[in-house]
Design a protein around this ligand. Structure first.
Ligand SMILES: [Zn+2]
Length: 97
């Protein structure tokens, strides 16, 4: 199948739109404004299970049951270096060698 030069950009745009749409399906959205909260933004969960962003919280008179920060996709994947070879190998001051 050969596409003309005019059809190729349309296919690119179509594939891009489809990919962006699939990425957006898995994201959390504010129940009121439908905006995806930013990383580091505080979101609020209400008794009904609805999540509101910081901007829309002022629209609800009741207090949320919980609030939390929005984390990035790498959250929880950090590795802490626990190598203690240097502490064991180095003689302490005042100790005979
Ligand atoms: Zn909102």
């Amino acid at each position: 199948m050969r596409l003309s030069a005019r059809e190729a950009p349309r296919l690119d745009r179509s594939l891009l739109r489809r990919g962006v749409g699939r990425l957006a399906e898995g994201r959390e959205r504010c129940h009121h404004c439908r905006r995806t909260p930013l990383i580091g933004e505080r979101v609020h969960i209400y008794k009904s299970g609805r999540m509101l962003c910081e901007l829309c919280r002022a629209l609800r008179p009741e207090d949320p049951i919980s609030s939390r920060l929005v984390h990035g996709p790498a959250f929880g994947h950090a590795v802490r270096i626990t190598d203690q070879r240097a502490a064991v190998a180095a003689p302490q001051r005042g100790e005979p060698e």
